[in-house]
Design a binder for this molecule. Structure first.
Ligand code: ADP
Ligand code: TZD
Length: 577
């Protein structure tokens, strides 16, 4: 007994004090954040251990950019900010690309980086991994904060959460200096200092005049069209959006990550007649989609304008939570500022007519669908994008809950147009920047957050940016089936060095590479597939077994085109040859 008593006394004394490590963990948990994507090292290694000990899911990556991409897409899928945790300077910089990409795509995430000693950093005296991270993050993030004192951790986390998810979501940087983690604080006082954020993303109700303006425009329209963007997918107003579209009968075009918000096979889906409906429409309602390059800035030939800068004759209604988005490219005749759920509900209550009935029967669409079916049915040797994607299309149809991650150029464009999606937020891809490298980070987060099977369709170049994370897939035994469309290079594998020198052309990789062996190296399943039948068998088995799988799908190296669908964005010199 004599030896026990002092121990009890000692531990109760320790319990009265907490530290920065535990306060950050408590603040996150208090706000229902249960997962951290990161990579350990000074000064956050113990933090990762303590977070795991406290019951959080800590997913460790091989490179911070992939952890950051995981956090960003977790934010998109759940409306809670995804957390990425890194070490100072180089780890922070590795995570920063993902943070900037999240901000660009309106995904809520928080990049938490440990940082070196302020006194030394600010005097530039050469500390270990010295960098003024806050200053560097600011222009690339929606908001950036630093916490210097343990008693401010509660406020710091609360501000970061609000900044990430309220209004237009985005990436937030939170700088936590090494010394902060070690600071101690009275446990009772520390509890009171934490904040559980109430209503982090408040509804924004549109004005009644703005709703009327939009309804009037729609009622007067002869050929209205709805464009659904990834903001509409993010908003999780799936039922309201579907009701509005079906009640009005208006055809709709889903942007890439809005595919599946309504099934792509829906009779009002105009994807297969995109080049027909955009110039034909007289009123276009944008729902969570920006008129950026992906929509040709709302003008030019795509929209029926004569020259590439000429406006078509459409009038625009735009639903967006960001008032500054309006008029960014062309005039917005009826801006509807608010959250998509509230805006669509208001429109639904105000509209009675079947505004979409003036469109002709969808002959164009049916013709294009028939043409595509013919192309998909061919069985060329070697396999090309179409014959391989015919398989993927069937597998996704049979497994509509599976999440499809997609990157590459041709591998991206063909997958987007060939593979139908059936449910909301099931397609995750390169987004607004067309960034390569999201593949494994998105796949890991999608599997961790949803528990569903993930299918990643990857160009061989695209895969290389995050390929080392197949070890992470194996380590956490995630149900991810990676399909590498291997055509021996960037876009294709047929370029030659014009000098006849020994170096291959800049776009060409090692011929006949076996990406499947990479997965086998870590205990996952690797398959080498040269025919659609082999690909089908391997994908079916991967979905069934839920084991991490990588299928090296050999694609005709001549099949791809330069930059896929966006060849025209490559600058062409005006110099006469
Ligand atoms: P896409 O690339 O699919 O066309 P964008 O990323 O360009 O989509 O556009 C998404 C838009 O959605 C952004 O302008 C953003 O402000 C908006 N947005 C995001 N969440 C909401 C929301 N809950 N309510 C209204 N607008 C939203
Ligand atoms: N670096 C980053 C970060 N993002 C990019 N988008 C690029 C480079 C340029 N790029 C593209 O836009 S697509 C692509 C690159 C390198 C790869 C295309 O080759 P792939 O796909 O093998 O992934 P396909 O199917 O062969 O076209």
């Amino acid at each position: 007994m004599g030896t026990v008593e002092p121990q009890v006394a000692q531990s109760s004394a320790v319990q009265d004090v907490t530290d920065g490590f535990h306060l950050v963990i408590d603040a996150l948990k208090l706000n229902d954040i249960d997962t951290i994507f990161g990579l350990p090292g000074i000064p956050i290694t113990d933090f990762t251990r303590m977070a795991q000990a406290a019951g959080m899911r800590v997913i460790s990556f091989r490179h911070e950019q992939n952890a950051g991409n995981a956090a960003a897409i977790a934010g998109f899928m759940t409306q809670k900010p995804g957390i990425c945790l890194t070490v100072s300077a180089p780890g922070f910089l590795n995570g920063l690309t993902a943070l900037a990409n999240a901000t660009t795509n309106c995904f809520p995430m928080i990049l938490i980086s440990g940082s070196s000693e302020r006194e030394i950093v600010d005097l530039q005296q050469g500390d270990y991994e010295e960098m003024d991270q806050l200053a560097i993050a600011k222009p690339l993030a929606k908001a950036a904060f630093r916490v210097l004192h343990a008693e401010d951790i509660g406020v710091g986390i609360a501000r970061a959460i609000r900044a990430a998810v309220s209004g237009r979501p985005g990436g937030v940087y939170l700088d936590l200096p090494a010394k902060l983690f070690a600071q101690t604080m009275d446990a009772e006082a520390s509890k009171k200092s934490l904040i559980k954020v109430v209503d982090p993303a408040p509804k924004q109700i549109p004005g009644t005049d703005a709703v009327k303006r939009a309804v009037d425009l729609l009622k007067g329209a002869k050929k209205p069209l709805i464009v659904l963007g990834k903001g509409a997918a993010y908003a999780q107003a799936d039922a309201e959006i579907r009701s509005f579209i079906e009640k009005t009968g208006i055809p709709y075009l889903p942007m890439s990550m809005a595919k599946g918000l309504l099934p792509d096979t829906h009779q009002q889906c105009a994807s297969a007649a995109r080049s027909y409906v955009l110039p034909e429409a007289d009123v276009v309602m944008l729902v969570g989609a920006r008129l950026n390059w992906l929509l040709s800035h709302g003008k030019g030939k795509t929209w029926g304008g004569k020259g590439h800068k000429d406006w078509g004759s459409q009038k625009f209604i735009q639903i967006d939570i960001s008032p500054q988005e309006m008029d960014s490219n062309v005039r917005i005749d009826a801006p509807l500022v608010g959250d998509i759920g509230s805006c669509v509900a208001a429109l639904l209550a105000a509209i009675d007519s079947n505004a979409g009935s003036n469109w002709k029967k969808p002959e164009r669409k049916n013709k294009n669908v028939a043409k595509m079916a013919e192309t998909l049915a061919r069985d060329p040797k070697p396999m090309n994008f179409h014959s391989a994607l015919n398989v993927v299309r069937d597998i996704v149809k049979a497994n509509p809950d599976a999440i499809l991650v997609n990157e590459g150029a041709n591998a991206l464009d063909f997958t987007r147009s060939i593979v139908d999606m059936y449910k909301p937020r099931k397609r995750l891809d390169v987004g607004t920047w067309g960034i390569m490298g999201i593949g494994m980070g998105f796949s890991i987060a999608a599997a961790v957050v949803s528990g569903e099977a993930v299918i990643a369709i990857e160009g061989d170049s695209a895969f290389g940016f995050s390929g080392m994370e197949v070890e992470t897939l194996c380590r956490y035994n995630l149900p991810v089936c990676v399909v590498v469309f291997n055509n021996n290079g960037v876009y294709r594998g047929t370029d030659v060095n014009p000098t006849g020198g020994l170096d291959v052309a800049p776009t060409v990789f090692v011929k006949g590479a076996r990406y499947d062996k990479l997965m086998e190296a870590f205990g996952g399943v690797g398959v080498h597939a040269t025919t659609p039948a082999e690909l089908r068998g391997a994908m079916e088995e991967a979905i069934r077994s839920r084991r991490p799988t990588l299928i090296n799908a050999v694609i005709d190296e001549a099949a791809g085109t330069e930059s896929g669908r966006i060849t025209s964005l490559n600058p062409q010199s005006a110099r006469k040859k």
